[in-house]
Design a protein around this ligand. Structure first.
Ligand code: TXA
Ligand code: MG
Length: 319
C-alpha cells in the first residue's frame, strides 16, 4: 500500500505538524546529528509495528527511544550515577545509553523486543530537539532506511527507500555526523555495544574506567537470542486447538485471542507481545499459534515465534 509522504519544512508550522502526526501514531522521519530517524510514538504498539513494516525488517530488533531531555529519559529507565556522568558529559549528542526499563514505563514491548532494558538518547539537533519537545512523547526511531540499505544522511536518501511508506519527513538538510550514535550498555558494568559517532576513548575518559565489550547480562545489537519467551511451550502453524492448549489465532483461524481477525500483519505485530503475555498468564497451557504468512511483517512475527518456540536451556522450561 502506498501513502502520500508529506515533506515538511523545518519551521514552526512544519515542526508542529510533525509533532501532531507523531502524537497521532503516524510515521515521521526526522533529522538528528547522526542520521535521519524514522520516528513513531514509542507507547503505541500499532505505530511501532508500522516502523518494522515500513522498513521491511525481518526481525523485531529493539529500537532507540529519543527524548527531549534527561528528565524524560528518567521517566523511562532506571537512571544511575554512571548514566548521570555520561549524559552530563555527552547529551545532547551521539551517545545512546541502554539501561533497565522502568516498571510501568509507557513503552511498547515492540520497542524493546521484549527485553527488560531500553536504549535512550537525546539527539544534538535543534530541529529534533524542538520536535521532541513539541511532541512531548517518547519517540522510537531506528535509522530511516529500508532494511539492508545504508543509513540515510539526507532527506533524499530517506525518500529513495521509504517514500510512499511513511507519513511525513521533516527535511532539515544533511546530517552533521553521518554516523550512528555510539551505544553503551549500563546494565551492569559499562559496555560498548556499538561503536559510533562518539569515540569509545572519550567515553572511557569521562567514566574514568574502561568500557567492556558486550557479554553476559546484556545483548549486543544483532545478537538478540534470549528475547521474551513465554513459560508455556509454543506449537506453531496450528489450525486447531488440541487438548490442554490455548490458541492464538490469525485471520480465519479464530483463537482464544486473535492477532488480527482481518489478517492484517501490522495489527498482528502490534498485538503479538500483549497476547503472548496474556495467554502465558492463563496457566501452563501450550500456546498453539495459527499460521502467519511469511511475507511483510509476517517474517518478523514468525522469526520471533520460532525463537520463542525453540527449546529452552533449563529442564523446567524445556518442552
Ligand atoms: O544514531 C542513531 O543511533 C540513529 C538515530 C536515528 O538516532 N538510530 C539508529 O537506530 O541507529 P537503529 O535502529 O538503526 O540501531 C539501533 C541499535 C540496534 O542495533 C539495536 O539492536 C540496538 O540499537 N538496541 C536498541 N535497544 C537495545 C537494547 N535494549 N539493548 C541492546 N541493544 C539495543
Ligand atoms: Mg540502522
Amino acid at each position: 500500500m502506498t501513502i502520500d509522504t508529506e515533506i515538511l519544512t523545518p519551521d514552526a508550522a512544519g515542526i508542529e505538524r510533525a509533532a501532531h502526526l507523531l502524537r497521532g501514531g503516524a510515521l515521521v522521519s526526522f533529522p538528528t546529528e547522526t542520521v535521519y530517524g524514522l520516528g513513531a510514538h514509542a507507547g503505541e504498539d500499532k505505530a511501532v509495528a508500522r516502523i518494522f513494516d515500513a522498513k521491511g525488517r525481518p526481525r523485531f530488533n529493539p529500537l532507540i527511544v529519543h527524548v527531549a531531555d534527561v528528565a524524560a529519559a528518567r521517566r523511562l529507565v532506571e537512571w544511575s550515577k554512571m548514566a548521570d556522568i555520561l549524559a552530563g558529559a555527552f547529551w545532547p549528542g551521539p551517545l545512546t545509553l541502554v539501561l533497565p526499563l522502568r516498571k510501568g514505563a509507557p513503552v511498547s514491548d515492540l520497542v524493546t523486543g521484549g527485553l527488560s532494558t531500553l536504549a535512550v538518547r537525546m539527539p544534538d539537533h535543534s530541529i529534533a530537539a524542538r520536535l521532541l519537545q513539541e511532541a512531548d512523547i517518547p519517540v522510537a526511531a531506528p535509522s530511516a532506511n529500508a532494511s539492508g540499505r545504508l543509513s540515510p544522511t539526507t532527506a533524499g536518501h530517506v525518500l529513495d527507500s521509504l517514500a510512499g511508506r511513511i507519513d511525513a519527513i521533516l527535511d532539515a538538510g544533511p546530517c552533521k555526523l553521518g554516523l550512528e550514535s555510539t551505544i553503551v550498555g549500563l546494565v551492569d558494568s559499562p559496555r560498548l555495544l556499538r561503536p559510533g559517532g562518539l569515540p569509545a576513548e572519550v567515553i572511557e575518559d569521562a567514566l574514568g574506567a574502561p568500557l567492556g565489550t558486550s557479554g553476559p547480562g546484556i545483548e549486543a545489537p544483532g545478537q538478540l537470542g534470549s528475547h521474551y519467551a513465554p513459560r508455556a511451550g509454543l506449537r506453531l502453524n496450528a489450525t486447531t486447538r488440541r487438548d490442554g492448549e490455548r490458541l492464538l489465532g490469525f485471520g480465519s483461524v479464530k483463537g482464544d485471542l486473535t492477532l488480527s481477525a482481518g489478517g492484517d500483519l501490522v495489527e498482528a505485530a502490534a498485538q503479538l507481545f500483549c497476547h503472548l503475555h496474556a495467554l502465558d498468564t492463563m496457566g501452563d497451557h501450550t500456546i498453539a499459534v495459527a499460521p502467519i504468512p511469511e511475507h511483510g511483517l509476517g517474517r518478523a512475527i514468525n522469526d520471533r515465534l520460532r525463537r520463542a518456540a525453540a527449546p529452552r536451556m533449563t529442564p523446567d522450561q524445556a518442552e
